[in-house]
Design a protein around this ligand. Structure first.
Ligand code: UDP
Length: 156
């Protein structure tokens, strides 16, 4: 399989308000960049109530839903789309377990968090979720279709 034939996989990543407030934006982007994934979408925004509720709709019956939505809308977040072979599952590993106390050292949540309600970052949990979340947060015009010149040094 040549470089061009490798299917493109994308995932949605958001640095939550605690990650932004704590100055972790650069550190988090660095981890995905140095792994070899490609950034194809990036914006800073304060999510509306409606957007946050749609994003976390799967949790709407859960007891933490209200506090989660109010936290996510409480300040700027950095929304991103990353591309690369196996990026959905790999990003989940880079991020670590939902509860930072259970997250392995070396993961983002394991290195920077201690509380489930302040776990710094979101990453799509499956390919289908990723596609839905990307279209919820980004328009097509906000995504750059590009191929890094170093790609042959990342994948054979
Ligand atoms: N969450 C929470 N309390 C809980 C479980 C989850 O505040 O008991 C929050 C937490 O911020 C988590 C988000 O809800 O990241 C979504 O939960 P999910 O189980 O989808 O975890 P994730 O996919 O983010 O690891």
């Amino acid at each position: 399989m040549t470089v061009k034939e490798i299917p493109l996989e994308r995932t949605f990543i958001a640095i939550k308000p605690d990650g932004v407030q704590r100055g972790l934006v650069g550190e988090i982007i660095r981890r995905f960049e140095t792994k070899g994934f490609t950034l194809v979408g990036l914006k800073l925004l304060i999510p509306s109530q409606e957007l946050a509720e749609k994003h976390y709709a799967v949790h709407k019956e859960r007891p933490f839903f209200y506090s989660l939505v109010s936290f996510i809308t409480s300040g700027p977040i950095v929304a991103m789309v990353w591309e690369g072979d196996g990026v959905v599952e790999s990003a989940r590993k880079i991020i670590g377990a939902t509860n930072p106390l259970n997250a392995e050292p070396g993961t983002i949540r394991g290195d920077f968090g201690i509380n489930i309600g302040r776990n710094i970052i979101h990453g799509s949990d499956a390919l289908e979720t990723a596609q839905n979340e990307i279209s919820l947060w980004f328009s097509d015009a906000e995504l750059a279709n590009w191929e890094p010149t170093i790609k042959p040094w990342l994948v054979e």
